[in-house]
Design a protein around this ligand. Structure first.
Ligand code: BTN
Length: 251
């Protein structure tokens, strides 16, 4: 299977319950995992694709991942914690990805809730989708891409661009799973550990930002992350907190 050979060896060393299903080409790995989850597949399945033909980002945006140059995979989780805490997996996963890429670059930034930035450019995106009794955690990470399409070339980067040399996709993948295996257990007890590590990396804190909230567009100064993982925004009218927001921009 072209481009995926190293992953077969990595698969054997994944911590329990993780197991890897390699696919040459799928529409979206999130959709593949969701279908398997709905058919009763056990927690820990990972679908990793050489190529996605319809990769999805948040809010239905397309996700660009050139075959063989990036990582595109989805993980099936069935957390023991109450469902109300599952949104915290967005922070846990962002942190796991940041920690994994810090094996090859210095401190990675987290743009709440879970975009990963290096030098103000996006290097990874995460799409967390919950089902009735499962969560699909989809991760897209730019690894060896040097040339991005013109519409994103000013706002996207890759590990190879940052380090100046090719980076092993399979080793970064294994590091992400190891970190995710640790962080996924901290969405209940231990969430303070996730919070302090995310706060250290949060690129919004202290900056003027705009965001789309469930009640419309808001602007203000980001005052960091609240104890429940919500974004704190100081506006003209006072302090607001948001569990969900989109289109978050530094202004
Ligand atoms: C975002 O930044 O908007 C999230 C991007 C998530 C992309 C990943 S790639 C693997 C998985 N499959 C998808 O279709 N999307 C996620």
């Amino acid at each position: 299977m072209s481009g995926l050979e190293n992953f077969a060896a990595i698969a054997a060393g994944l911590p329990d319950p993780f197991r890897l299903l390699l696919k040459q080409s799928v529409a979206s790995t999130n959709d593949e995992v969701r279908i398997l989850a709905e058919n009763g597949t056990q927690e820990g399945l990972i679908v990793l694709a050489h190529q996605q033909t319809a990769g999805r980002g948040r809010r239905g945006a397309a996700w660009f991942s050139p075959p063989g140059e990036s990582l595109a995979f989805s993980v099936l989780l069935k957390p023991d914690e109450p469902k109300a805490l599952w949104p915290r997996l967005a922070l846990a996963t962002g942190l796991a990805v940041a920690e994994a890429i810090e094996t090859v670059v210095p401190l990675a930034g987290i743009k709440w809730p879970n975009d990963i930035w290096i030098r103000q450019k996006k290097i990874a995106g995460i799409l967390v989708e919950a089902g009735r009794d499962f969560v699909v955690v989809g991760i897209g990470l730019n690894i060896n891409t040097l040339d991005f399409p013109p519409e994103v070339s000013d706002i996207a980067t890759s590990l190879a661009r940052e380090t100046g040399e090719p980076v092993s996709r399979s080793e970064i993948f294994a590091a992400i799973i190891r970190r995710l295996d640790h962080r996924r257990h901290q969405i209940g007890a231990g969430f303070e550990e996730i919070l302090s590590a995310v706060r250290l990396r949060c690129v919004l804190t202290g900056n003027a930002i705009s965001l789309l909230t469930p009640t419309g567009y808001r602007e203000g100064i980001c005052e960091g992350i609240a104890p429940g993982g919500e974004l704190k925004l100081r506006t003209e009218t006072g302090l607001e907190t948001y569990l969900q927001a989109d289109e978050i921009r530094l202004i």
